[in-house]
Design a protein around this ligand. Structure first.
Ligand code: PGA
Length: 253
């Protein structure tokens, strides 16, 4: 294996207290240290970042933010900037999650967030994915346009600080994940689109994660058959026993 699989836990607006956050993070950290073939990134809500940081060395465990402001600093009430997140230990930042796109984020604002994250020394986890699928296959064109638009502000030098999470919107918060064969097809497509923008070497080095209803039962097949370089996990990432099982399954896949 050439690189570790990247397992990102997107906690969304969970849990409700810092104590609970600490508990979930501690469990993830303990598991992460034992992994031979995977690394874990935990993305709690902003206020819980300090509670999820580790004072001691934590192998294969990093912190991530769920978003980042389009602005660097200044008069932007309610916003949280990339430098602040980095100073709290965040080394990754999710940008362009479909729940944020639904709330008004566009490719243009996603591109700004991505540039802010990368400029502050973080790796951006760029989320892309079609709303729905039909027989015509037109979703591939939409996906390509979304990748290009969301990376419009990125320079070639930024490419190694970008991970793409392919999350078909229809599979998020759903009952079932996408089938592993379909994941494999999408992973190749995303890598090709990235190569077209930044060159073949960048395409080869890019990590493409799959997200959408991943759990401990389907994770190994999505990695093995789906050939994803990692996973973006929502619900199962705040379920302590479920996430532990998932990490074990991915490590053994
Ligand atoms: P889910 O969420 O695993 O709960 O479907 C995934 C995501 O939105 O990143």
């Amino acid at each position: 294996m050439t690189h570790r699989r990247l397992i990102v836990g997107n906690w969304k607006m969970n849990p409700q207290t810092a104590d609970e956050a600490k508990k979930i993070a501690r469990a993830a950290r303990a598991r992460a240290s034992a992994l031979a073939h995977a690394s874990v990134v935990v993305c709690p809500p902003f206020p819980f970042l300090p509670a999820c940081a580790s004072r001691a060395a934590a192998p294969h465990y990093e912190l991530g933010a769920q978003s980042v402001s389009v602005d660097a600093s200044g008069a932007h009430t309610g916003q949280v900037g990339a430098a602040m997140l980095h100073s709290l230990g965040a080394r990754y930042a999710i940008v362009g999650h479909s729940e944020e796109r639904k709330a008004g984020d566009t490719d243009a604002t996603v591109s700004k967030r991505l540039s802010m994250a990368v400029a502050s020394g973080m790796t951006a986890i760029l989320c892309v994915g079609e709303e729905s699928r039909d027989e015509s296959g037109s979703y591939f064109a939409a996906l390509k346009a979304q990748i290009e638009g969301s990376l419009a502000g990125a320079a070639a030098a930024d490419a190694s600080h970008v991970v793409i999470a392919y999350e078909p919107v229809w599979a998020i918060g759903a009952k079932e994940a996408m089938l592993p064969d379909q994941v494999a097809e999408a992973v190749i497509f995303v890598k090709k689109a990235f190569s077209d923008l930044f060159g073949a070497e960048a395409g080869r080095s890019l990590k493409v994660l799959y997200g959408g209803s991943v759990n401990f039962r389907n994770a190994a097949d999505i990695i093995r058959i789906g050939r994803a370089d990692g996973l973006l996990v929502g619900r199962e990432s705040v379920n302590i026993p479920g996430f532990a099982e998932l990490l074990k399954a991915v490590d053994e896949a």
